[in-house]
Design a binder for this molecule. Structure first.
Ligand code: ATP
Ligand code: MG
Length: 649
């Protein structure tokens, strides 16, 4: 069990007493060391499996950890997210603490926020809705009630997306609507659990008697609410092991903070602190880029940065690709992915990562056109599909009143029960012929049936009610069942995961960093987000951007400022469609209309007629291999950035 660990990882795995803190960069084996520590404790009879609670950041990470623990002979350990652990405890203790059954989790939170806005006479468009929902989440995570919201925003120097007084009004109305409808949201799950553990000594004692050892992965992104819950779980004991990387703090916009990780030793002076620097995930080329990016980082997290050292053989150079417009970028990416799959890379080992969920549409289309299967993470609307919501309702009903249902009585372990309920709602085991709505509906329900199989296999004693809870948790965290295929995910949803080939797309100013990142702190968080993205790749990494939105559009975008911090990147030119409309064309890069006909400017190296303003200024193609060196790239980038600044973009 300790054989697959290096000396520092082994120190983590064998430190079974007292608080332990692991501070280390991406890919250094933090999650692995943590998992082996639990297994070591269980296999040496120091930990009872059921007395360990492992907290991870996503349901997928929790599932992966459970699987790994089983392989290491430590099945039966609870690996959950903060939310799912709290939800279980809340369901169990609710009848005793409050009476009746726990209110349902709100299914369409954004819709409820929209209704709250409308009730206050404020119409929210899609972006405003996202901002308002985010603000309400932030307020709740920082335990700010509507009446204190405006003051809290001012104190924290937080940039509120709209008038704080208006937001406070929407927030108050949203809370009221939830109460009226008898539903709770995800933040309420933590707040209510904390409230019960604080007020009811008997219940807190019960929970503490069950869980004696705690481990937390991705601790740099723990929110004040989660930290409070952890403290309540622990009581006055100290069997706690946390692992994290301050350079991967990417949820501070929701109120999370790396301070708990960075101050761990202050709170626990007796703690064992271990640092890991060997990167087992990525090739030296990829690690080199990541180190370069972080070398320019500022702020508290950056002070604790450790230079990563790759343990892998060299791999291909990471690629930088510039496209003329967004559809070309999506098509070019899909084409490259198709080629990789044809060359034998499994689709499940490839990911396309973007900054905002809104960017996924083009890539979904391009992959569909290229005949490449894909799965969406984070952005999926799976749980909003009508058939899925109906099936969830049917499963919930069956879990409650299943005793009266003959088909359910006959069905045995969990998957066949779920299939029985789905069949009763008209779902057949055979897929309907052809495509279209009925096929989509079938696929959704088949995914639920497969999920029940996986869930039942992972937890053989799970009941239908457990499966319903699992679906609720997945719905709330938008964690759709997986299908085999290329992963499309936002950078936030990619945390902790890894793929052989990663395509980081849309790397322009405005997207990376995102337009609304204005303060130095927000810009640093954008840098960390890119660091998370780069370090997801094991072997192949491609970074791309496009100069305009639509084909023939004004080429007004500039590459992300962070690209110049990446060491040793090689640049190539993707499928380009730079547009010069007629003789009075638009000069790409500046958006300045030119008057009158102009003499073509040619590349000094290959003679190609140039249309890109940046290239024209340098009088050479960006993609011209003989001339392409970092210095040229650097100058081109600097020039574009200066132009963009001049134009106020
Ligand atoms: P992140 O910060 O992204 O969450 P991490 O520090 O948790 O990364 P892991 O996911 O645990 O890193 O490990 C990264 C990869 O390196 C995994 O594929 C893991 O199996 C492998 N790995 C970790 N330690 C070792 C080791 N000692 N020997 C071989 N492979 C290892
Ligand atoms: Mg990890």
């Amino acid at each position: 069990m300790l054989a697959g660990l290096d000396p520092e990882q082994r120190a983590v795995a064998t430190a079974l007493h007292g608080p332990v803190c692991v501070l280390a960069g991406a890919g250094t084996g933090k999650t692995r060391a943590l998992t082996h520590r639990i297994a070591y404790g269980v296999r040496t009879n120091r930990f009872q499996p059921t007395s360990v609670l492992a907290v991870t950041f996503t349901n997928r990470a929790a599932g992966e950890m459970r699987g790994r623990l089983r392989q290491l002979g430590a099945g039966g350990v609870q690996a959950r997210t903060f939310h799912s652990a709290a939800l279980r405890q809340l369901q169990y203790f609710w009848p005793k603490a409050v009476g009746g059954t726990l209110p349902r989790l709100v299914e369409r939170k954004a819709q409820l926020v929209a209704e709250a806005g409308a009730a206050c006479g404020i119409r929210l468009d899609r972006n405003q809705l996202r901002d308002a929902t985010g603000e309400i989440e932030w307020a709740k995570v920082t335990q700010t009630v509507p009446g204190d919201y405006a003051e809290s925003v001012a104190k924290s120097q937080r940039h509120a997306p709209r008038d704080p007084a208006e937001l406070a009004q929407i927030y108050a109305r949203y809370e009221q609507l939830k109460r009226d409808r008898g539903v709770i949201d995800f933040e309420d799950v933590l707040l209510l659990t904390i409230g019960i553990l604080q007020d009811r000594r008997d219940i807190a004692d019960h929970v503490r008697a069950q869980y004696q050892h705690f481990v937390v992965d991705e601790y740099q992104d723990v929110s004040p609410l989660q930290q409070r819950l952890l403290e309540l779980w622990l009581g006055d004991r100290d069997s706690l092991c946390v692992v994290g990387d301050a350079s991967q703090t990417i949820y501070s916009f929701t109120g999370a903070t790396p301070e708990h990780l960075l101050n761990f030793r202050v709170r626990h002076p007796e703690a064992t602190v271990v640092k890991l620097v060997r990167d087992y995930r990525s090739t030296p080329q990829i690690v080199h880029l990541a180190n370069g990016l972080l070398s320019q980082a500022r702020g508290r997290a950056a002070d604790h940065r450790l230079e990563l050292v790759s343990q892998r053989d060299t791999g291909p150079e990471p690629q930088h690709i510039e496209y003329g417009d967004e559809p070309s970028e999506a098509e070019g990416t899909a084409r490259r992915i198709r080629d990789l799959i044809a060359a034998g890379v499994p689709a499940g080992e490839i990911a396309v990562l973007f900054r905002t969920n809104g960017q996924s549409g083009l890539y979904e289309q391009a992959l569909t056109d290229a005949g490449v299967p894909y799965q969406l993470r984070g952005a999926e609307r799976f749980f909003e599909r009508r058939e899925v919501r109906e099936a969830q309702a049917a499963l919930r009903g069956a879990a409650r009143f299943g005793g009266n249902d003959a088909a359910l009585d006959l069905a045995d372990d969990l998957a066949s029960q779920v299939r029985a309920v789905l069949s009763a709602s008209g779902w057949g085991a055979q897929a309907p012929v052809g495509s279209g709505a009925s096929r989509d509906r079938w696929e959704s329900l088949a995914a639920l049936a497969r999920l029940a199989e996986d869930f039942g296999a992972a937890q053989p004693d799970a009941s239908l009610a457990d499966f319903v809870t699992e679906l609720d948790e997945r719905a709330a965290s938008q964690h759709a069942p997986t299908v085999q295929g290329v992963t499309l995910a936002s950078l936030h949803a990619a945390k902790g995961l890894e793929w052989d080939a990663v395509f980081l797309v849309g790397l322009t100013e405005g997207m990376m960093p995102i337009t609304y990142a204005r303060t130095d702190e927000q810009l640093e968080e954008e840098r960390r987000l890119l660091y998370v993205g780069i370090t997801r790749a094991r072997f192949r990494l491609t970074l791309s951007w496009s100069l305009s939105r639509a084909p023939g559009g004004r080429a007004h975008r500039v590459p992300s400022r962070f690209l110049k911090d990446l060491r040793g990147a090689s640049a190539t030119r993707g499928a380009s469609s730079f547009s010069v409309a007629g003789t009075g064309g638009i000069s790409a890069g500046t958006g300045t209309p030119r008057r009158g006909p102009r003499k073509p400017i040619r590349c000094r190296s290959c003679g190609r007629s140039l249309t890109d303003a940046g290239e024209m200024k340098l009088m050479r193609c960006e993609g011209c291999p003989s001339d392409m060196d970092e210095g040229v790239y650097e100058r081109l980038h600097t020039w574009r950035a200066a132009e963009a600044e001049r134009l106020g973009q």
